[in-house]
Design a protein around this ligand. Structure first.
Ligand code: ARG
Length: 456
């Protein structure tokens, strides 16, 4: 036991059970070793470690990394956490020199440093995955830039859009997700190491040196804040929760789109499962699970916010509960991203069906109203009213707007000419939406190409 001096007997079984974290914080072993190497090098530079001791520590830590890598390291619950497991093993391997490593350091600044490094590494990996998913969306968007589908509001047929345009909406969302991660990374990148337990240290340490060695922009300026801040983890979880929400929205669309009543897309065997009782079934389980992982991720955010709320400065053991929500969210997010990327590349749109439905349900009613404004100079409100009456007539006759007779139309608005039929097709409708950010195929092709170039 590292603090054995003051304690006569060991902790009770339940104390050990509630205290132990090695089961999950062993995930931090790489970061812990990196941090210790930087700390030892700094101690040697300022003369607090003999060069020979520093070398022994460095070699010992390398050897331990090899043991862990190879699955040969015996993590022990009795040693509580990853920091003490590694330090104890170091001393076991190299003797006295190992005991000098914890000079001018505490587990409080150590864990804060390790965890920041871990989250930073996770951010870099997830950012790459987000970029990959954006590429997948942009590639498919480029391929389907001119293919119509029904656009919905309230999940009711609204106006035709292109499938490519719909897919590019997700590229925009994911770009913001990356922005949030980049932002989180920027604020995260201050080094707590050297804050020691909470007050700093009496040793003449060089915090700039350790910060730089670990790739941080600067040392954290307030030792109390350095050991007790978990904003970086909360920001990471917030970014994760928002991104998971995006993935869940797409997953929901995939689930709707491959249902029989929609039949907009098909997913291959690679991303579906069968039913043990209903032979016709092809279930979009990957999408359903991506939709559901949001629960865990958002749960992690709520969990850590609740842990941190009301904690007095500086470190408190409550903060040991910061890791699992972050680890779990990172894992679930990564998996959801991978599954979503797979589905985006895999899905095959049923273009004829999407096109047919794009024109159904009076989807070009707005185009008719716009024609009345543009050609007959009707105020939009009046045009809206006229169009509404025409929709009612078409509905009563059981036909689409384009199938109404000119005579029927002129009964409602005598000024209407046969030219109106030119705007009632799906292609005319999408082709006319040329305003910036609109769904016109030329716009969509341009935006898809812009994203493909930006992500290349
Ligand atoms: N395992 C601990 C954690 O994750 C390390 C820091 C413990 N510090 C302490 N003073 N007990 O928070």
């Amino acid at each position: 036991m590292q603090w054995g001096g003051r304690f006569a007997s060991g902790p009770s079984a339940v104390m050990r059970a509630i205290n132990v974290s090695i089961g999950f914080d062993r995930k931090l072993w790489r970061q812990d070793i990196r941090g210790s190497e930087a700390h030892a090098a700094m101690l040697a530079r300022i003369g607090l470690l003999d060069p020979a001791d520093e070398q022994a520590i460095r070699q010992g830590l390398r050897a331990i990394a090899g043991e862990i890598e190879a699955g040969r390291f015996a993590f022990e619950d009795a040693l509580e956490d990853v920091h003490m497991n590694i330090e104890a093993r170091l001393t076991e391997r190299i003797g006295e020199a190992g005991k000098r490593l914890h000079t001018a350091r505490s587990r409080n600044d150590q864990v804060a440093t390790d965890f920041r490094l871990w989250v930073r590494d996770a951010i870099d990996g997830l950012d790459g995955q987000l970029a990959e998913l954006m590429r997948a969306f942009a590639d498919r968007a480029a391929a389907f830039a001119a293919d119509p589908m029904p656009g919905f509001t309230h999940l009711q047929t609204a106006q035709p859009v292109t499938f490519g345009h719909h897919l590019l909406a997700y590229v925009e969302m994911l770009a913001r997700d990356r922005g949030r991660l980049a932002d989180c990374r920027r604020r995260l990148n201050e080094c707590p190491l050297g804050a020691a337990a909470l007050a700093g240290t009496s040793f003449p340490i060089d915090r700039g040196m350790t910060a730089e060695a670990l790739g941080f922009d600067r040392p954290a300026a307030n030792s109390l804040d350095a050991v007790s801040d978990r904003d970086f983890a909360l920001e990471f979880l917030s970014a994760a929760a928002i991104s998971a929400m995006h993935l869940s929205r797409f997953a929901e669309e995939v689930i709707l789109w491959c249902s029989a009543p929609f039949r907009f897309i098909r997913l291959s065997d690679a991303f579906t499962t069968g039913s043990s009782i209903m032979p016709q079934k092809r279930n979009p389980d990957a999408a359903e699970l991506a939709r559901a992982k949001t629960g865990r991720i958002t749960g992690g955010l709520v969990s850590l916010l609740t842990v941190m709320k009301g904690l007095p400065l500086a470190y408190a053991k409550d903060m040991q509960e910061d890791k699992e929500p972050v680890f779990e969210a990172a894992e679930a997010w990564a998996l959801s991203l991978a599954a979503t990327t797979g589905m985006v590349r895999d899905m095959e749109p049923v273009l004829a069906r999407m096109r047919a439905l794009a024109g159904a349900g009076f989807a070009t009613a707005t185009d008719l109203a716009d024609w009345l404004v543009r050609v007959l100079r009707l105020p939009f409100r009046s045009a809206h009213h006229v169009t509404g009456r025409l929709v009612a007539i078409a509905e009563a006759q059981g036909v689409e707007l384009a199938e109404l007779s000119l005579a029927d139309m002129q009964e409602v608005e005598p000024g209407i000419t046969a030219d109106v039929f030119s705007v009632l097709t799906v292609d005319a409708s999408i082709g006319s939406r040329t305003s910036y950010g609109g769904t016109a195929p030329a716009n969509v092709a341009e935006q898809a190409a812009r994203w493909q170039a930006a992500l290349a």
